[in-house]
Design a protein around this ligand. Sequence first.
Ligand SMILES: NC(=O)c1ccc[n+]([C@@H]2O[C@H](COP(=O)([O-])OP(=O)(O)OC[C@H]3O[C@@H](n4cnc5c(N)ncnc54)[C@H](O)[C@@H]3O)[C@@H](O)[C@H]2O)c1
Length: 248
Amino acid sequence: MTTTRVALVTGAAAGIGAACSIRLAKEGIAVGVLDLDEGRCAGTVREIEADGGKAVALGADVSDRVQVRAAVARLRDTFGPITILVNNAGVTDFTPFEDITEELLSFVYKVNVFGPIIVTQEILSDMKAEHWGRVVNISSSSAQTGSSKMAAYSSSKGAVISLTRTLAQELGPHGITVNTIPPGSITGTIMADENISEASKERLAATLPVRRVGRPEDIANACAFLCSEASSYVTAQVIGVNGGRVVT
Ligand SMILES: NC(=O)c1ccc[n+]([C@@H]2O[C@H](COP(=O)([O-])OP(=O)(O)OC[C@H]3O[C@@H](n4cnc5c(N)ncnc54)[C@H](O)[C@@H]3O)[C@@H](O)[C@H]2O)c1
């Protein structure tokens, strides 16, 4: 690889997205750190730059095509064509099935399903022009196993898994691989820490083959492989990173 690759990571102000951004930057990749609020991305950018890496903070709602288009243009103008995309931004929900409203469903699907579709569409021309691309979609182990009171969320993440398989078929001939990581029990993120108590984490760890809950860096390590040259024969795959919680 002679030129610097450029990646966009969504939902990168915190948690898994921040860890993926920092890990990709360590590989020499210039990173667009995108989240709802540009100011919140400053911490991730600072950490990358302090380590000698390159990053730019971008504010956009992934479900808003106009905002995404502007952010993508800024990243492209700053570092060049974008050939790596980590669709990580997501929202979760724990509403019992009978109480799910169309408004709630629409919100969850707009971020978790429309988001990755819109962002991928906006970047695709760069990947096709380079005849090289890596798309990593962060789904969820709840889509593999089902999860009580998570109908809106887990079904949206099931859509992300199906989207991954379909895009891998459609984009493979253009040199683009598309894979999905469904995380399981990753703590140290806003989403997990708001919803899982310390006692529950300990109980959960005791049930996992590896006897610990996951960290954002566990996802980032798998993500770095899927974004690398070394993964060129890996596409359409669901790469579980879950401490052994899910066996498929
Ligand atoms: N933590 C886990 O155990 C776990 C398990 C399964 C799946 N996941 C998935 O991993 C991804 C990251 O989760 P996390 O645990 O790091 O959560 P997190 O809440 O710490 O981070 C999610 C980030 O996405 C951003 N975001 C939300 N909506 C957005 C939008 N519309 N546009 C742009 N950014 C937006 C948030 O501001 C936040 O910074 C999510 O897709 C989540 O569904 C996490």
